[in-house]
Design a protein around this ligand. Structure first.
Ligand SMILES: CC(C)(COP(=O)(O)OP(=O)(O)OC[C@H]1O[C@@H](n2cnc3c(N)ncnc32)[C@H](O)[C@@H]1OP(=O)(O)O)[C@@H](O)C(=O)NCCC(=O)NCCS
Length: 188
């Protein structure tokens, strides 16, 4: 069993999952605004399965998608973190960074704050050479965050998501990359 990493930012705890997170996770994943760029909303059972996968990833690797808890009021406001991606795609296996926040918390810099902490963990603590991020081509907020983090988009890496049918509007995906050396240069 790996030690499970927890992180802290000025406004957030990035922590492992509590059973009580299931209720707010279910509400977040049933919100069409939050799930606009995902193929479907998630049921409670699917959220429980998602939480179980996150916990298993922490057990195997020590890192994963953390639950985000506001320090000021203790509220669960979403998830963000790192995960091994093993899709049948040319850039895999790779560690991806991702995020999903409840809509009433958007626009306060909280996703970037969490993602910055996850990248510092990836490059300093885990000594990864590269972190990738991918999303539906149409997902401008997520792409904006990738760019704000200094991630680079190479159009030759773009791909059609294998889990979505041809013609599905969310099928075209973009891939962004961030190498440790570029991340370190961006901070100096
Ligand atoms: C993507 C998401 C996490 C951004 O959360 P957020 O808390 O609003 O982001 P932040 O306030 O930390 O913003 C960080 C940067 O993201 C970018 N960004 C955020 N919202 C944006 C938008 N609507 N359009 C373009 N860029 C946007 C901006 O560059 C911003 O930097 P700035 O403050 O210098 O302008 C949020 O919209 C979300 O949870 N979306 C639904 C889930 C999702 O689609 N996840 C990704 C699946 S791959």
């Amino acid at each position: 069993m790996q030690e499970r990493i927890a992180l802290e930012t000025p406004r957030l705890h990035l922590r492992t999952w509590h059973d009580a997170d299931l209720d707010p996770l279910e509400r977040m994943c049933a919100d069409p605004q939050v799930m606009r760029y995902f193929p479907e909303l998630l049921s409670r059972d699917e959220c429980a399965a998602l939480m179980a996968r996150c916990r298993l990833h922490f057990a195997h690797h020590g890192f994963g998608f953390w639950a985000l808890e506001r320090k000021d009021d203790g509220r669960f406001i979403g998830m963000a973190g790192l995960a091994w991606c093993k899709l049948p795609l040319p850039f895999c296996p790779a560690v991806e960074i991702g995020w999903r926040l409840v809509a009433d918390q958007w626009g306060q810099g909280l996703a970037k704050e969490a993602a910055d902490a996850a990248l510092t963990c990836a490059f300093e603590r885990l000594q990864l050479a590269e972190v990738v991020a991918f999303t539906a081509q149409l997902n401008e907020p997520s792409r904006g965050l990738m760019e704000a983090l200094g991630m680079q988009h190479e159009p030759r890496d773009d791909f059609e998501h294998p889990a979505l049918a041809e013609g599905h509007p969310l099928r075209p995906h973009v891939l962004y990359r961030l190498r440790r050396a570029d991340w370190a240069d961006g901070r100096s």
